[in-house]
Design a protein around this ligand. Structure first.
Ligand code: ASP
Ligand code: MG
Length: 424
């Protein structure tokens, strides 16, 4: 049993769907589960639709029509016969959203979000399953909500592993024996059968959950890059593909913000020692990156850039030491405001933290912290994380930068900085 995951970029148009169909038909015939995201940037559009509906804006219907049109254009390209059953199937899927949009938005916003946004994955998988079948593949469409069970934390459903594992073993394993299953990433359901989502970019995580519960022999994530690179080509001219990567390094890179794999993906497959292959859907024959239980370090230093960082420094008002009670109060406030810490450093009388800038969260956090502490902050900063750093790599990334914070552990160095010119 194997699992393939295809993200939105791989199925952004009819050409993309034809391409992944080739990959699938060339690779395997049965015993394969394919986990797919919404097409292209449709999840962003569905988020806009949700906001428009919640705030009762005038453009609700217009946004919804554009989303439908996007899908029907692709369907027309893939299925020239307009009597093909896929047309009705997709019309019916969208009708559920029509019904919801007709009601006043009185339910909880996060609940509404999940009911609307999940439609992107439902329709993408229906279209792709139908196209695979027409291309001679033994494909069956499977509703991920029958397998991935979560609590009712809408927008970030927490997986009920026991129930999910049981249903996958009992009901999914037999179905995959003779078929290729096509199912959705990103979505699950509550015990009352309401749809939940697992958090943005959660399809990788879905694929890992299926993999772990199926005891699959491998997970392949098909991307638009040739594998895991040691830096983002957006920031670096020279990047290198990393052919072999340990689970440990993969988790560290994903955690610090390398966007290649969702950070929650690694743990489920590491626990079962299932290899993860990252390969290019543009060059499917190329080797990619193999992530396994390997013990070796990365052969080259890796760089992860994050822009739009905020740095705050917290001082006790009375110049007392930053001791345990203060720290636990501070962490509680970060937790309360859902601010995820990227870097931190404490001295005797100060505690500095960097995190992704979000104006609302920052204001609320500072308001709370200021009741007990003196707070200083900066925004518009960059954070670079270097895994397997040395002085040369640090010098390379800090040219013309002012360093505000530098934290080093044995293998990882993190630097919060900004352009020198910015402060002159
Ligand atoms: N479609 C969802 C998103 O864009 C899930 C995913 O692509 O992984 O966030
Ligand atoms: Mg997506």
């Amino acid at each position: 049993m194997e699992v393939y995951k295809f993200g939105g970029a791989s199925v952004k148009d009819a050409g993309g769907i034809r391409n992944i169909t080739n990959i699938i038909t060339n690779c395997k015939k049965e015993g394969l589960l394919i986990v797919i995201s919404a097409m292209g940037k449709i999840t962003n559009r569905l988020e806009e639709l949700t906001t428009a509906y919640l705030f009762e804006q005038d453009d609700v219907q217009q946004i919804f029509e554009e989303i439908k049109l996007f899908h029907f254009n692709i369907i027309q390209d893939l299925f020239p016969d307009s009597s093909h059953p896929i047309y009705d199937e997709i019309v019916n899927s969208f009708v559920e959203i029509d019904w919801l949009l007709e009601e006043e938005p009185t339910d909880a916003p996060d609940y509404i979000y999940d009911q609307i946004v999940s439609i992107g994955e439902i329709v993408s998988t229906k279209i792709i399953a139908a196209f695979l079948k027409d291309s001679g593949c033994p494909a069956i469409w499977l509703d991920a909500r029958n397998f991935i069970h979560t609590d009712n934390s809408y927008k970030e459903g927490q997986v009920n592993w026991e129930k999910t594992g049981q249903d996958i073993q009992k009901n999914l394993v037999p179905m995959l024996e003779r078929n290729i299953g096509v199912t959705q990433g990103f979505i699950g359901s509550t015990s009352e059968n309401f749809t939940t989502t697992l958090g943005r970019d959660g399809s990788d995580y879905s694929a890992a959950i299926f993999c772990a519960c199926l005891n699959a022999s491998a997970l392949t994530i098909w991307k638009d890059v040739p594998g895991v690179l040691n830096a983002d080509p957006k920031w670096f001219d020279e990047t290198e593909r990393i052919p072999q990567l340990s689970y440990h390094d993969a988790i560290e890179l994903a955690y610090y913000g390398a966007t290649i794999i969702h950070p929650k993906t690694i743990k489920p497959i590491q626990n079962k020692n299932i290899p993860l292959y990252v390969r290019s859907f543009i060059q499917p024959e190329a080797e990619g990156t193999n992530i396994t239980g390997l013990k070796n370090h990365l052969p080259v230093p890796s760089f992860i850039f994050k822009v739009n960082q905020a740095l705050i420094s917290i001082f006790p008002k009375d110049f007392s030491f930053i001791i345990e009670e203060n720290l636990s109060d501070i962490f509680n406030l970060f937790h309360k405001h859902k601010v995820k810490i990227n870097t931190m450093l404490n001295s005797a009388i100060s505690f500095s933290v960097s995190f992704d800038y979000d104006a609302k969260k920052l204001d609320a956090l500072i308001a709370d912290l200021s009741q007990q502490f003196k707070v200083k902050y900066n925004t518009g900063l960059e954070l670079v994380t270097i895994r397997y750093y040395n002085q040369q790599t640090i010098d390379r990334v800090t040219i013309n930068k002012n360093i505000l914070l530098e934290v080093k552990s044995r293998n990882t160095c993190q630097i919060v900085m900004r352009d020198k010119v910015a402060i002159e």
